[in-house]
Every structure is written in C-alpha cells, then in structure tokens.
Write a protein that binds this ligand. Structure first.
Ligand code: SF4
Length: 251
C-alpha cells in the first residue's frame, strides 16, 4: 500500500501535509504536478516548504515534482528543490499541438481552456498524475486537501482520503495553520481565495481584476498568450477588452 499526498501547494494541501506529518500518518510520496503556470510565489512557497520538511521532518519523503513534457514523456524529480516552473508543455499544447482526431482534426493548438474543454487539467494534471501512480501499482491511497466547509468537492472513493475534512478543519483554519507555520505565499491569499494557474481563463472577473491590478508582469504575459491563441480568452471578453473594462472601473 502506497500513501500519496497530492500537493498543489495551496493552503489546503499544505495544511493537510503539515497535519499528516505532525500526526505521523503514513506518507510514501508527496507529489506536486507542475503545469508550468503556477504563480512564481507558489514556486517560492514550494521551495520554502521543501526546506521546512528537510529541517523539521527529516524522515519524511521529499517532494516529488512530476511534469508532462512536450514529447509526452514524464519528468519525475524527487528530492530536488524546484528552482522554477517550466511552461513549455502548456504553451506547446495551447499553441502548437496538431490535433489528430475529432472534429477539430488538423487544428493547431487547444487554445484557451473552457468549462467544456479543460484540456490542461486533464492532460497536464489528472492524466500525468494517473500515469505516475500507475507505476506504483494498484494499491494506492490518495490524500487530498479538501476542507470541512467544501463537502461538494469530496469524491467518496475507497482509495481517497481527506484528512482536513475528516478532522473538521475549515478553509479559514487551514490558512491560519499555514500562516502560523510561517507560510504566507508572499500575500497571494490576501488577493485570492483560491490559487490556480495564474493564466486560468476560468477565473472570475474579480480574480482577473486582481491579477491585472497587482501582477502586471503576469498580465502582460497573458496579453501575449491571448494574441497567439486562436480562441478568445473568455466568451465575453478578450484580455484587451478586460483591460479596458478594468481601466474604466478604476476611473
Ligand atoms: S487551473 Fe485553469 S489553466 Fe490551470 S490547469 Fe486548471 S483549468 Fe487549466
């Protein structure tokens, strides 16, 4: 039986990991799936967390980073602190990949994800994690950081466990637990309730405005990506239209 902690690096999975270590729960792997589009502050947080684990829990497994590469291979790096994220694969599938089947056969790039086609979640996260775990055999338990006040996100499957939910720890408590441990993501949680890829087109307007206002370098990159994409960032707004809207609102 292998016990796998799914670490996104956000407050809930970080709190879950710290809690599991303190409670001496079994852990064989701590896996972080790198889509290449996490906030730079998240990568910094993962570095800090890796150092914290080495100092405070020397017998715990090191963080394993898994990443899908352009050639469909998977890079697995264990015990190395993540220096920087790598967005090559994301950009490849978004702009370059030629579809070989389906109604869009021959089309170049998946473009921006939509609610109906979250290609990046399935390709870069779910399938990549599944491929990694398959090598570990069938006897695997996944630990997922879902808080007590998010019951709708729980999937009742025999090989999934939710320590925060099981111990009635809310999102707010999870965040405070991380802050108390010295983790603050350089203030990301003062701006966002939930962290995901900084370029995610499924963010709501409030989150996008925060990105525009406080993270101008990422916003500039988002504009470049939108220029290259065959589809619009959102059905209602391109990045340029969003920018104009936010400027007007600020006036
Ligand atoms: S957070 Fe958004 S951009 Fe990132 S993988 Fe999920 S759907 Fe795609």
């Amino acid at each position: 039986m292998k016990h796998i902690v799914n670490l996104s690096g956000g407050k809930d999975s970080t709190a879950m990991l710290l809690l599991m270590l303190e409670q001496q729960m079994p852990i064989d792997y701590i896996i972080f799936c790198d889509t290449g589009k996490d906030f730079p502050q998240m990568i910094k947080h993962l570095n800090l967390l890796a150092s914290y684990l080495m100092s405070n829990f020397p017998n715990a497994p090191r963080i394993t980073t898994i990443r899908l590469e352009v050639d469909n291979s998977i890079t697995v790096a264990t015990g190395q602190i993540i220096k920087q994220s790598n967005s090559k694969t994301y950009d490849h599938f978004m702009f370059e990949h030629i579809k070989t089947k389906g109604k869009n056969k021959g089309k170049k790039g998946y473009g921006w994800a939509t609610m109906l086609c979250r290609w990046c979640t399935s390709k870069l996260k779910t399938d990549t994690i599944a491929r990694f775990c398959k090598q570990l055999g069938d006897d695997v338990i996944h630990y997922v950081g879902i808080a007590y006040d998010e019951p709708n996100r729980i999937k009742y499957k025999p090989n999934y466990r939710y320590p925060l939910f099981e111990q009635h720890i809310t999102e707010k408590q999870a965040l405070q637990y991380c802050y108390d441990g010295g983790f603050d993501w350089d203030g990301l949680y003062e701006h966002f309730d939930r962290l995901s890829c900084w370029c995610c087109p499924l963010k709501n307007l409030k989150e996008l405005k925060v990105l525009w206002k406080f993270y101008p370098e990422l916003w500039a990159e988002l504009k470049e990506m939108d220029d290259k994409s065959y589809n619009k960032f959102r059905a209602d707004y391109s990045i340029l239209e969003l920018e104009q809207k936010f400027i007007m609102e600020e006036k």
